[in-house]
Design a protein around this ligand. Structure first.
Ligand code: MG
Length: 471
């Protein structure tokens, strides 16, 4: 494929002379919030009906070893959109987990998002939904390569103005208790956001974008649902539709949304020229019990570095192009940036380290995956590393608000309450034992030695940058 270039971003190494029309595919990323590994029918949930996501997986690829860059919202999103571990952009912290309404930082302008990269190659770009990478300029979606934006700038439980607990507020549909704004581009257009209709309105926005952008070149749409992050809300049509309670209702509305988007692509004749990816930003929020999801057979949840916190249900769909399959190779959200660049003929910037790999050969069935390692960051610390089948934990935290079963041997713990620094790492074979139940460290000292070397090499690649979450 030929490139559409711009001299304005010299790091791409593309000149105006190279501007030519391409047959680059449209790309849509659907990113759920706090959706657990076990929350979809196709990933094993026995109560929630997700026929559209099930069909998407059947027609495309279901990835069962797909990870996020962090077990919590802000750094996870930074990782997806930049293709880089959040520690490289200053978007992770040991003091503040995420950005808050009183934060002054955000994704720095020095970072190149997927949108910014694809825009150079002639893509039209739109962001819809939760942002959470800075709610003020120059950190907004429209400052980061997106032509338009419609959504809430941070989490739907923030700006809470009533003391009543989240459960009661959600059950009573008290959306006014959260004074969260909705922005259109950089302007506030609604406050408090009526969260009862938010999934429906995000969906309508994406469908409208598909209609309006389809004739003007390729498009990239980033749809980051606010839900099923608590507080849970769903539209009138989805009240009590699920046997799985209010969380099931929310999941089934998100599934409906996926169906609307795929159906629109089919009706417009765009299905075979549009790659759609569905994934989640981190594991389920167990603290909220039946208002949080499930990681299925995986151990741990949001806020933790066991598999349940960072392995997420992921589906790729591109009829006629992607080889339908269940893929057990490792992948991460950071792989999307280099993969989208490869598929669209966009040159990946060469002036920085990427933590993602081009997974096109796996998608197309033309080759093997090259990823061997996954880093499980918690804030700015590497708590665990997976290398091939083996995962070593150096520090453990099961999930937010819940200590692990392992004794604290080196107090005090400076990183996060409930974290445990281990004298001896834990080691699991996460293919044989995805639930991380059987510690085999004593049998494989050579594996732990190898993983320690990987950790040392990785640390040597880090360059200190300004911390954005602590500003
Ligand atoms: Mg989240």
């Amino acid at each position: 494929m030929l490139l559409i270039g711009s001299a304005t971003l010299s790091c791409f190494g593309i000149s105006d002379k190279e501007k030519e029309k391409t047959d680059s595919p449209n790309i849509i990323v659907i990113f759920a919030d706090d959706l657990g590994y076990g929350d979809l029918g196709v990933f094993g949930h026995p109560s929630y009906k997700t026929p559209n996501l099930d069909m998407m997986a059947f027609e495309g690829q279901k990835w069962t070893n797909f990870y996020v860059a962090a077990p919590v919202c802000t750094p996870s999103r930074a990782g997806l959109l930049t293709g880089r571990l959040p520690i490289r952009s200053g978007m992770s912290s040991d003091k503040r987990r995420v950005l808050f309404p009183d934060s002054n930082g955000g994704l720095p302008q020095t970072e190149i998002t997927i949108a910014k990269a694809l825009k150079v190659n002639g893509y039209q770009t739109a962001a819809v939904g939760k942002w959470h990478l800075g709610h003020q300029s120059p950190y907004l979606p429209t400052d980061h390569g997106f032509d338009s934006y419609f959504g809430i700038p941070y989490s739907n439980d923030m700006d809470k103005v009533e003391k009543t607990d989240h459960f009661t507020l959600a059950e009573n549909e008290r959306f006014q208790a959260y004074n969260v704004p909705i922005l259109r581009d950089d302007k506030e257009v609604e406050r408090p956001a009526d969260q009862r209709t938010i999934t429906k309105r995000y969906t309508e926005e994406v469908v409208e974008k598909i209609h309006s952008l389809k004739d003007n070149g390729p498009f990239f749409i980033y749809l980051a649902h606010s839900l099923p992050h608590i507080p849970l809300f769903r539209s009138e049509e989805f009240k009590d539709v699920s046997v799985g309670g209010i969380y099931g209702d929310v999941i089934e509305e998100i599934d409906w949304s996926v169906g609307q988007i795929l159906e629109t692509l089919k009706q417009e004749g765009l299905a075979e020229n549009t790659l759609v990816v569905f994934t989640s930003d981190n594991g389920p929020w167990h603290t909220f019990k039946t208002h949080g999801g499930t990681a299925g057979l995986l151990r741990g949840a949001k806020g933790g570095t066991f598999e349940g916190g960072m392995r997420v249900p992921t589906i790729f769909w591109w009829p006629g192009n992607i080889r339908p399959a269940v893929v057990t190779d490792m992948g991460t959200t950071m792989d999307l940036m280099p993969t989208f660049c490869a598929l669209s003929g966009t040159k990946l910037p060469e002036d920085r380290i990427y933590d993602g790999y081009d997974i096109t050969p796996l998608l197309m069935g033309t080759g093997e995956g090259i990823r061997e390692t996954v880093f499980y960051y918690h804030g700015q610390q590497v708590y665990a590393i997976r290398n091939g089948n083996y995962k070593a934990h150096f520090i453990t935290q099961l999930e937010y608000g819940n200590p692990t079963a392992h004794p604290v041997t080196n107090p005090p713990v400076p990183l996060e309450s409930n974290a445990t620094i281990l004298d001896e790492p834990l080691l699991y074979n996460v293919n044989v034992d995805p639930g991380e139940r059987f510690n085999i460290a004593a049998d494989h000292p050579e594996v732990i030695l190898e993983i320690r070397k990987i950790l040392a090499q990785h640390k040597a690649s880090l360059v200190p940058v300004e911390n954005q979450l602590e500003k």
